[in-house]
Design a protein around this ligand. Sequence first.
Ligand SMILES: [Zn+2]
Ligand SMILES: [Zn+2]
Length: 368
Amino acid sequence: MEKVLAAVRVGPSKTEIRDFPMPEIPQDSALLRMEVGGICGTDVKMYATPPSKAPVIMGHENIGYIAKVGREFTRRKGFKEGDLVFVEHYVTCGQCEWCHLGQYRHCESTDWRYNPDAIRYGYTSAEKAPHLWGGFAQYMYLPWNAVVHHVPKGVTPELAGLVTPMSNGVEWSLFDGGVGYNSSVLIQGPGQQGLSQTVVCKQAGASLIIVTGTSKDRARLEVAKALGADHVIDVQKEDALARIVEITGGKGVDVVLDCSAGAGTMPILLGIEALKRKGGTMVVQGEMAEFPNFPLAKMTLKFVTLKSARGHSYKACELALQQLASRRFPLEKITTHTFGLKDVDLAIKSVGGHGVPDVIHASLMPWK
Ligand SMILES: [Zn+2]
Ligand SMILES: [Zn+2]
């Protein structure tokens, strides 16, 4: 019987290569031959501190070719064998309002926090048949309710691997932050997420883009400049707020995008100060359970709108894929590293800054 190799998270920071039976593909389903599984900061966290004890094939940013497809899947969804596709990690109910809006991340049947039977690629137990619920494997199983996008012609699988951070860039900066022509933007954190925001803001017509980082981000801040940042600031070497005040002529910025994941309360406090005097917008990833002395009075005084960054919609993915196809930015400066299946552990740790140095975006290529 044909087997599928997968890297399985079996405990905190522990991976084993296991094999699974090649699944039967019913008429309403398909099989994806994995090409690239993107690795992001969420993987770093979920690998070190898994939300459950179940064995999980991680990998939630998945690009591959449709290898087998049932007739009903093609009839309903339009995908055929050989198509290069991006699969969102949400497996939807297909019935609720959020699903009809293309806002699958809010569908309760995709969220394990509310629904113990939820299926999300990269999060769901590998004990649940047919087991292939993650991208760090040779194949992935696609049921009828998987959300699949065509990858435009001319976009390689590796470049397409950027679609998730790029679609977050579209969602957070354009849809949530309202960045557009002549906007001034502060982007905090020059990782793959902050750099993707930089590209999207530049494309949207922002007239001022400031990107901040720390001293270990020196190379990334250079990449930020190459992708369109007007100013970069090392917050450990300079007084960031004083620089922002100087750069904006005392006005402050229209929008703050916090991509500093895990850096604590400091970037949020800086963001509030850096916003213009009235009516700015701040988009945060809000990972702190507690925020002592949160300056709510100042938020009110400055009439700040605070929004929560939560993944991406269908529309954001489509725009991100078109962004990748446009070839207007040197995005190969972000896709820095590729790893094979047996190196999943090293790959995730490298994205977290504890492995191979200078990784910005890592592609897991299972056949490498
Ligand atoms: Zn991710
Ligand atoms: Zn739904």
